[in-house]
Design a protein around this ligand. Structure first.
Ligand code: FES
Length: 321
């Protein structure tokens, strides 16, 4: 199913921290926007066909605006630079309706929210919701330095400020986030929500698993997968099950690119293994998963993959196309 799109106006663009801008998006006709739940994101359509996902960071009870924040990443393929350098107040943008792959668990007795850098955006929205519900939670927010910490004033003035612990990588050793201590000290039944750079997320999730946290209590959202070509990437083949057609995937192309070259169009959005738009069933062969969309259990099942970024360990994959 294709999500509906909306046209919104950039009502406000503001610098929130070094290299981080926030954008307030409102309906073009002064109307209300579709409701969203904590953890939701929208796809933002940019010039040149780029589509990027940004988490909503405002209170999910608001219907008059969507707030997003974008980290300027010079290594990106243009999404964050376009948002910083091209998009300005008064512009209109086409976005998707909100989608949520990072929902709050309703049965959580208590929640532990961990945000690294720009990963604060969905976490802040979750904190707003949990605070409104009166639920028990703690938010640990870590950044490289104070001037890189977006929304610090908002957090400190919020109704949940007493539940927030701030950490700075360049600060005194005793205030830095000790992931192992936080995770090993959590109450049984706590649900963990984590968002931030890949290294931070890996460290948190690996530590949680090492401390025996049940998989069902771990929730995460990556911003962008590390899908740059890896040394040692090899060519392989994909076979279209319905036609028997075999297509070569060169070492320097993605499966989606190779399929397109052969006239087979797979719908994509993020092209980074984040959104799940391109998910395709795999009938035979061994997948080399490069996405962050599936859980590790789903990846192990080896029956579907994200052809925008994932590859093959075997010489051929047979796809249910
Ligand atoms: Fe988003 Fe492939 S297009 S996961």
């Amino acid at each position: 199913m294709v999500a509906s799109t909306l046209v919104v106006r950039v009502a406000r663009k503001a610098k929130e921290a070094r290299d981080i801008c926030s954008f307030e998006l409102v309906a073009t006709e002064n109307g209300t926007l579709p409701a969203f739940s904590a953890g939701s994101h929208v796809d933002v359509h940019l010039l040149g066909g780029l589509v990027r996902q940004y988490s909503l960071c405002n209170d999910p009870s608001e219907t008059h605006r969507y707030a997003i924040a974008v980290l300027r990443d010079p290594a990106s393929r243009g999404g964050s630079l376009a948002m910083h350098d091209v998009v300005k107040e008064g512009d209109t943008l086409t976005i998707s309706a909100p989608k949520n792959h990072f929902t709050l668990a309703h049965d959580a007795k208590t929640s532990l929210l961990l945000a690294g850098g720009i990963g604060i955006t969905p976490i802040l929205c979750m904190a707003e919701r949990l605070a409104k519900l009166g639920d028990e939670f703690t938010l640990h927010y870590t950044a490289r330095a104070r001037d890189r910490m977006a929304f610090i004033d908002r957090v400190q003035r919020s109704s949940f400020a007493d539940k927030v612990v701030l950490h700075f990588d360049d600060g005194a050793a005793e205030q830095r986030l000790d992931i192992n201590a936080v995770l090993s000290g959590a109450k049984t039944g706590t649900h963990l929500y984590v968002c931030g750079p890949k290294g931070f997320m890996d460290a948190v999730l690996n530590s949680a698993r090492a401390h025996g946290w049940p998989e069902a209590q771990l929730h995460w959202e990556f911003f962008a997968a590390d899908i740059t070509a890896r040394a040692g990437d090899r060519p392989f083949e994909v076979q279209i099950a319905s036609s028997g057609h075999v297509i070569d995937v060169p070492a320097d192309q993605t499966v989606v690119q190779a399929l397109l070259r052969a006239g087979v169009d797979v719908m994509v959005s993020c092209e980074q293994g984040v959104c799940g738009t391109c998910v395709t069933r795999v009938l035979h062969g061994e997948v080399d998963h490069r996405d962050v969309y599936f859980t590790s259990e789903e990846q192990e099942r080896n029956d579907q993959f994200t052809p925008c970024c994932s590859r093959a360990k075997s010489s051929r994959l047979v796809l249910d196309l």
